[in-house]
Design a protein around this ligand. Structure first.
Ligand code: ADP
Ligand code: MG
Length: 349
């Protein structure tokens, strides 16, 4: 629907594998002092330093994780980097390098791969990470992208999922549910377009939701913010599958329970109005929406004064003993058991 049908097309076969690798990587600059050798040899060389190394990877497949009819390739490149950096930040580390591997079918011209790499490069510049390698191969159908992010942290700064303690406060950055709603809006417009290709997508009033879906940002800032506030989380995770599912990971690994308060869930006004329009429950969306890439963490209750009132952070509940289970306290003061329903589950409803 957003594809421009009149673009120039240079076939990938014309360039060959090495021509392609050279073409897509030549504009990338190295900025991290720990990158000793990037693209161009059999392996990249990193300076191990005294810090601990964080490594995380994600695989994205066309038709499963993204739909190119509304996901521009530049955004796809950007997002595939950002979701990996988010995992490094969720360990309270700093991300320094990425590798990117792609498999592409001959349906894609060089110009499409250039778009993808323009997004990857923008993410590298925005988050100050170096592209240090990858692999390039062909696929029978569609496009596949795998990104690995490498980061560093002081041993004592790393925050795992298993450190939450009874009475700890549960805190989330930013707001929840917008990315999932953005996907719903894009899906709806795709259906309208299928019926009448002359219809221009009507995306007015949904800009925040669509931005959160197509151009998510990772919370690089939270680690510094917490340091400035002199707060070290006891457990932390990033929200890729939805708040419920992520808090359940923290609780099960930390062997504790939790209480989340419905009235404390941070929602953008566009989320509230769009939920009303689509007649869906905004609490459900905040709990199960996914792809928010916000950070969810726990802090000792003694840090309440430090965290309270920070515009980037919301205290949404607290950790309980394991036997109390994982519960949502509704506005009517009822307790409901939290369900581990990721956004994939929502999709199939
Ligand atoms: P090898 O055959 O040893 O695997 P390649 O020819 O695949 O080497 O890659 C040559 C160099 O280009 C390596 O440094 C590799 O990491 C890098 N590279 C290959 N594909 C990509 C890609 N899609 N993005 C970034 N770097 C890549
Ligand atoms: Mg290779």
């Amino acid at each position: 629907m957003l594809e421009d049908k009149n673009q120039a097309r240079t076939s990938l076969a014309e360039l060959g594998e090495f021509g392609l690798i050279n073409h897509i990587t030549k504009h990338f600059k190295i900025s991290q002092k720990t990158t000793l050798k990037g693209v161009g040899d059999d392996a990249a060389v990193l300076d191990a330093s005294e810090l601990q190394t964080l490594v995380t990877t994600d695989l994205l497949i066309e038709g499963v994780h993204f739909d190119l009819s509304y996901m521009p390739l530049k955004h796809l490149g950007y997002k595939s980097v950002v979701v990996n950096l988010s995992d490094v930040y969720a360990m309270n580390g700093s991300a320094e390098q990425i590798t990117v591997s792609i498999a592409v079918s001959n349906r894609f011209p060089l110009e499409a791969i250039e778009e993808l790499y323009a997004g990857i490069q923008l993410a590298c510049e925005t988050y100050n990470v170096d592209l240090i390698g990858g692999d390039t191969t062909s696929s029978n159908k569609g496009i596949l992208i795998s990104v690995t992010a490498i980061g560093k942290a002081q041993k004592e700064d790393i925050v795992y999922r298993d450190g939450a303690k009874e009475t700890d406060l549960i805190v989330v950055s930013g707001d929840l549910g917008a990315a999932y709603l953005g996907l719903q809006v894009l899906e709806r417009e795709k259906q309208v377009f299928k019926v009448n290709p002359n219809n221009q997508p009507d995306l007015d009033g949904y800009s925040y939701l669509i931005e959160r879906q197509l151009k998510p940002e990772a919370r690089k800032d939270i680690s510094n913010l917490l340091k400035e506030m002199d707060v070290k989380p006891t457990a932390m995770i990033d929200i890729s599958d939805g708040l419920s599912s992520e808090i359940m990971h923290i609780c099960s690994q930390s062997k504790v329970g939790c209480k989340i308060y419905e009235e404390k869930l941070p929602l953008d006004p566009q989320v509230i109005s769009t939920c009303e329009e689509f007649d869906i429950d905004s609490t459900m969306i905040a709990l199960s929406g996914g792809e928010d890439y916000e950070l969810l963490f726990t802090v000792p209750i003694s840090d309440f004064e430090k965290v309270k009132g920070n515009p980037h952070l919301s205290i949404i509940g607290h950790i309980t003993e394991k036997a109390a289970g994982m519960n949502l306290v509704t506005r009517a003061n009822q307790e409901l058991e939290l369900k581990a329903q990721g956004w994939n589950a929502l999709k199939n409803e």
